[in-house]
Design a protein around this ligand. Sequence first.
Ligand SMILES: CC(=O)N[C@H]1[C@@H](OP(=O)(O)OP(=O)(O)OC[C@H]2O[C@@H](n3ccc(=O)[nH]c3=O)[C@H](O)[C@@H]2O)O[C@H](CO)[C@@H](O)[C@@H]1O
Ligand SMILES: C=C(OP(=O)(O)O)C(=O)O
Length: 427
Amino acid sequence: MDRIRIRGGRQLKGQIRISGAKNAALPLMVASLLTDKPLTLHNVPRLADITTMMQLLQQHGVEISAAAGENGHSHGTTLVLKASKITSTTAPYDIVRKMRASMLVLGVLLAREGQAKVSLPGGCAIGARPVDLHIAGLKAMGAEIDIDGGYMVARAPKGLRGGRYTFPKVSVGATEDLMIAAALARGTTVLDNAAREPEITNLAECLSAMGVPIGGIGTETLTIEGVTSFNAIEHAVIPDRIETGTYAMAVAMTAGDVELIGGRVDLIDTVAASLRAAGVTLEDTEKGMRVHRTNGALHGVDVMTEPFPGFPTDLQAQMMALMTRAEGASMITETIFESRFMHVPELARMGANVTIHHQSALVRGVPKLRGAEVMATDLRASVSLAIAGLSAEGDTMLHRVYHLDRGFERLEEKLSACGADIERVKG
Ligand SMILES: CC(=O)N[C@H]1[C@@H](OP(=O)(O)OP(=O)(O)OC[C@H]2O[C@@H](n3ccc(=O)[nH]c3=O)[C@H](O)[C@@H]2O)O[C@H](CO)[C@@H](O)[C@@H]1O
Ligand SMILES: C=C(OP(=O)(O)O)C(=O)O
C-alpha cells in the first residue's frame, strides 16, 4: 500500500491548479444513462472514484471514450459517455461497496428500464449513512423497492411517474438520484427541501441542456418535467470547492502565498468567511483566487457544518487541522455525519489538543505539531493529516493513502510544485 511522507516546515508559495469536482463529475456521469445520445463531459478529474464510476457504467453498457489534456473548457479529462443500450440493470456489490455515489444509478435504471438491482452502498465510513430517502423518494414516483440479500431490488413495471417529494432531511445524493430519475419520469416531479450544493446546480444545468425543463435551480424546490428524448450535449464539471478549500487551508497552515488557478471564492463563501476571521486573506484574481497569510497569527474560530450554503462537512477535518495551530480555542461542530471525527486521535499523535464532546470538538491551539506515523481513515480525514504534516516539525508518514487517492488528484505533485517536501512511497 502506498504511503505519503511529508517533512514539515516549508511555506507553500506559487500556483496550484484546481481540478474538476469529483462530487459534481460522478452524478453527471450517471446522467449519461438517461439516453442513447452521447454526453460529453469536460474537466473531469483523474481520480480513483472516477475510474470506479467508469467501471460501473461500462458494466451497465455505457461506452466511454476519454480524451486527456487541455481543450477549450478545461485542463482535466474529457469523457464521452454513450448509453446506446442498457446491458445490465444490476449494480454489483464489488463496485458499489467502494463508492457510495454508485447507488445513484438506482433511479435512472428504474426510470429507463423499469427495474434495477443495486447493492447497498459503501463509501467513506463517516456515519450510518442510510438510504431511506432515496427509497422513499422513488416510491413517491411509483417504484416498488425491497431489500433482499444486501441489494435494493426495485421495480416500476409501467415506468416512473412524476410525483411530489419533500425531503425530511437535506440529502445531496438523494436529491441527485431523484433529479436524474425525474428527467425520464412521466409528468412533473416537485422536490421540496432539496439540496442546494453547487454540484446539484451543475447537474441541473446539464439536465436542462439535455432538454429537461427544470425550474428552481439553486433553490430548495426543484421542478423537473420528464421528457422522452434528450439532446447530445457538452458540459463542463465545476471546479472542486472542497479541493479549493483544502489548499486554502494548507496555505494558511504554512503561512504561505498561493494562487489557486480556477478556484472560485463564490463557491466557498462560508469557508472564506471563517478563514478570514482566522486571519487568512483570500481574494479573487483573474485566473482564480489568491490565498495568503503573510503576517500575523492564526486565530481560533468556531465552525458548524451544515448543508450548502453552510460550512461543508467535507472541509471539517481540514479546518480542524488548521485550528490545531491557531491562537486560542476553536469549537468545531459536525451536524451532518455522526462519526466524522476519526482524524482526532491521529491529529493527537502529532501533538494536537482536541477534546470531543458529543457532536463538537474543542480544539485548543498548540505552538507546534510534531511529525508522526498516522493513518488515513477516510478521504477528507486523510488530507487533514497531510495539512497538519506540512506544518509539523520532522517527518509525517501517512498510511492508507488509497482513501486520499479517491478524491485528490496528484496531491504530492501539486504541493511539491509550491515548495512542500512531500513524496509518495510506493509499496
Ligand atoms: C459523492 C458525494 O457527493 N458525496 C457527498 C455527499 O454524500 P451523500 O450524498 O452520501 O450525503 P447526503 O447529503 O445524502 O447525507 C446527508 C445526511 O443525510 C443522511 N441521509 C442520507 C440519505 C438517506 O437516504 N438518508 C439519510 O439519513 C446521511 O446519513 C447524512 O447524515 O454529500 C455529503 C454531504 O455534503 C458529502 O459529505 C459527500 O462528500
Ligand atoms: C464522503 C465523501 O465521499 P463518499 O460520499 O463517496 O463517501 C467525500 O467526497 O468526502
